[in-house]
Design a protein around this ligand. Structure first.
Ligand code: EPZ
Length: 419
């Protein structure tokens, strides 16, 4: 096992280049199963969830050639299996996209129940409702989700809750279905738009991605024979925006889509930070102690839940008392107990946390409880006085490419060592 040793109080200064979006990559990779052909994917993030997905696709018969650490050519003409075992699918959440893509391609899928960050209850009832609306029979037994259909026929589906995963899974299952599928109350995240753009590049007919009504006109086949570049990671960019303010620094974030960062930009300016957005890059810099603000996480374009822990670090040393209301997940405040070990004064109760700002955090040994909490603890260690050790790095490596390298280039004193 490894850990990070961080020596703070270091203002982060300089430039960082954002990698391709994890949550787009883990949807686009399984989507290749729908293609009876070859395609090339560029700007893949070099993270463990991507490597895991490529291994899974190869066990299903895909042929993958790595052109570089960020680019693959993938041949999915010969899919030899529609089964993905539990011991693999339980390693991450996005494995459940194998259901929609294998159902779409093979009309049958047997996929182990997904794992993923422990954020509380993570049901998949809307995914199942979508598959059944298209004519599939879905059973959950012995830890597997079994879905099969004589044929898939387009239908209208109204999502009871705005769900990124369910919206993506219904798109995957309906691309090769007969007729038109309409998803109402669809999620609008940038990674959903990226998936739709990828599939349309490969021959699909999807309109309205990025709005709350998405229409998919089923096509006979996806030919592929095209190249697609993954969208820059909105959450990684937002992570560095929070880091600039929490460490009293000045960071230029390159290769990002500033439109995707409007809610974080607004919140950082509201608390007294400075943001200069300019096309595909933006500069974030600290000039004075942040003032208290309240945050409510919401589906896109609201404030993203995946930036809630990182913003929590900023609020832990802000002037006054701030409140975060986490409306998406039942249990996404586990990181606050770790920040309290570093001298923060945070009271978390259910979906609400109260941050009484302190002057400074103090280094301490802390443990990452999920991917974004891990990133938040790294930021806290860089901002804190003294030495911090961050454990459970496997969570962080799932979603951030070379994270300590990127922070080190900004001036952080950070080392990865064996425990
Ligand atoms: C995706 O998870 C992301 N993961 C999460 O990011 C992110 O926090 C979440 O979307 C919200 O943006 C990936 O993209 C791999 P949801 P997902 O379905 O799809 C409820 C990260 O850090 N719901 O949008 O699992 C659910 O309980 C990860 O990168 C149902 O009730 O999230 C939640 O309250 C962590 N029934 C809400 O909807 C369902 O069938 C939103 O969940 C599905 C979801």
């Amino acid at each position: 096992m490894e850990k990070l040793i961080i020596t703070g109080k270091t203002p982060l200064k300089g430039e960082v280049t954002i990698s391709g979006a994890k949550n787009a990559a883990v949807a686009i990779l399984p989507a290749t199963l729908l293609i009876n052909g070859v395609c090339t994917i560029e700007n893949l993030p070099n993270i463990s969830d991507v490597k895991l997905y490529c291994n899974i696709l190869e066990t299903l018969g895909a042929k993958i050639e790595w052109k570089s650490e960020h680019e693959i050519t993938i041949d999915t003409r010969n899919i030899t299996s529609n089964k993905a075992p539990l011991e693999t699918t339980r390693k991450f959440r996005a494995s459940y996209y194998l259901i929609g893509s294998l159902l779409g391609r093979c009309k049958a899928a047997q996929v182990g129940i997904p794992g993923g960050c422990n954020l509380g209850n993570r049901p998949i009832d809307q995914h199942i409702k979508g598959f059944e609306s298209l004519g599939a029979v879905v059973e959950v037994e012995n830890g597997n989700i079994n879905a099969k259909a004589k044929k898939l026929v387009g239908n209208s589906i109204y999502m009871d809750v705005v769900s990124v995963g369910a919206t993506i899974n219904v798109i995957l299952a309906s691309v090769l279905a007969e007729g038109i599928t309409t998803i109402d109350n669809a999620a609008k995240e940038p990674h959903i738009v990226d998936l739709a753009n990828f599939l349309n590049t490969m021959g699909a007919d999807i309109r309205g991605a990025g709005t709350d009504v998405i229409k998919i006109r089923g096509v006979k086949e996806l030919k592929g024979n095209a190249t697609y570049s993954i969208v820059p990671d909105q959450i990684e960019a937002g992570t560095f925006m929070c880091a600039a303010i929490a460490t009293k620094g000045d960071i230029v974030i390159k290769n990002c889509i500033t439109k995707h960062l409007e809610s974080i930009t607004a919140k950082i300016e509201e608390l007294g930070g400075n943001v200069d957005a300019n096309g595909d890059h933006l500069r974030v810099w600290y000039t004075k102690r942040p003032t208290k603000v309240n945050i409510k996480t919401l589906p896109y374009p609201g404030f993203p839940t995946d930036l809630q822990p990182q913003m929590g670090v900023v609020l832990s040393t802000a002037q006054g008392t701030s409140i975060i209301n986490e409306s998406i997940w039942e249990s996404r405040f586990q990181y606050t107990a770790e920040l309290n070990k570093m001298g923060a004064h945070i009271t978390a109760q259910g979906k609400t946390a109260i941050f009484e700002g302190v002057d400074s955090l103090l280094g301490a040994p802390v443990t990452a409880t999920d991917l974004r909490a891990g990133a938040a603890l790294i930021i806290a260690g860089i901002a804190a006085k003294g030495q911090t050790e961050v454990y459970n790095l496997s969570h962080i490596d799932r979603g951030y490419e070379n994270i300590e390298e990127k922070f080190r280039k900004l001036g952080a004193k950070i080392q990865r060592v064996d425990e």
